[in-house]
Design a protein around this ligand. Sequence first.
Ligand SMILES: *Cc1c(COP(=O)(O)O)cnc(C)c1O
Length: 403
Amino acid sequence: MPLQLSNEQLKDAANEFGTPVYVYHAERIKEQYENLLEAFKDTDVKFFYAAKALTNLHILRYVKSIGCNVDCSSINEVKLALLAGFEPSAILYTSNNISFDEIEEAKQIGVSINIDSISNLKKFGNKFGHRYPVGVRLRPNIMAGGNLKISTGHSASKFGVPVEDIDEILKVQEKTNLHIRTLHIHTGSEIKDVEVFAKGIEVLFEAVRHFPEVEVIDLGGGFKVPYMPGEEATDIELLGKKVKEEFEWYEKKDGRHLQVWFEPGKFLVSEAGYFITRVNVLKESGEITFAGVDSGLNHFIRPMFYGAYHEIENISNPSGKKRKYNVVGNICETDTFAEDRLLPEIREGDLLVFRNAGAYGFEMSSNYNSRFKPAEVMLKGGKAHLIRRREILDDLLRSQQEI
Ligand SMILES: *Cc1c(COP(=O)(O)O)cnc(C)c1O
């Protein structure tokens, strides 16, 4: 059984720090990282935690302490990673459609960079020639899963340089003497099927023939974690075997050794996170019973934004008689967390916990309706640490100017 926090631990955190609150279980992150290391132990591999899933400095420090590298999606995340103590050599910067200034700044800091457009590759090559190795993010034209919103490698996606434009990349390389060290793809999130990764590898092995200086194949993130009961995660053991086989085959065939990089976000932190809310109001409306909690799409938008399913538990009444509820938020928008969900009887004041809330939970929160962002708590070594206090009115006013 994977590590889990008990209802008692969650209740204690809610009572001590108030609700709504995100609680992260540090050792569960480590457990996931060790699962990855084990699955890929026979491959020359490096993991870069995709920080955008959860950027709290204490989480970043913890991720560093267990030996993992970090992948950043903005220059600000690069700066947070530095503050958390990562060396530039352990930082990767993979973004899209960013200004060349940001790429230059990242180069100045000395981090690894994946560039995702011909335009920026040209600018980089013109300015730095062969002096600084870079990666190229390719768009492999692969559909990952069924959800277009979280699929990034298909042929209508804005991400990366379309693989059919390799000639263009080669022209830039020839003209500017650009040093291309890495080929990168990231085909989306929640990729359950190992075959999607296999297809990506196939596309990259085809592409890499054109790039004699490439030493690294970066396969991005997107490992799936189970959301619904009975759902399965990406089979990382099978993926580990597949990757080992493929890269050994390639090395034998072409005599080239390639290092493999991955950028897991959700896989590392999702299951370590719990979002605890309290029920403000119960409302009957015909057939439906609404349970209105003290949060909404301002704090946890995945159900509304992606149609994401998150398990909900009533930790105040776990053995109550089951009934159906629509769990909704308190924001002046339709913010439904779950419809027709069978849950132990809910009373006003009960604590409802959303599971699997560590990734893209707090990170996507906002101040909509002028509500405060929730607190964040990290449980480590059995001890609860407040790692971000709940906001106060001053936080809403801080960046507003007198005129
Ligand atoms: C978001 C992102 C990831 C992480 O995706 P997960 O689904 O959280 O694993 C990795 N690489 C890049 C480039 C990303 O944008």
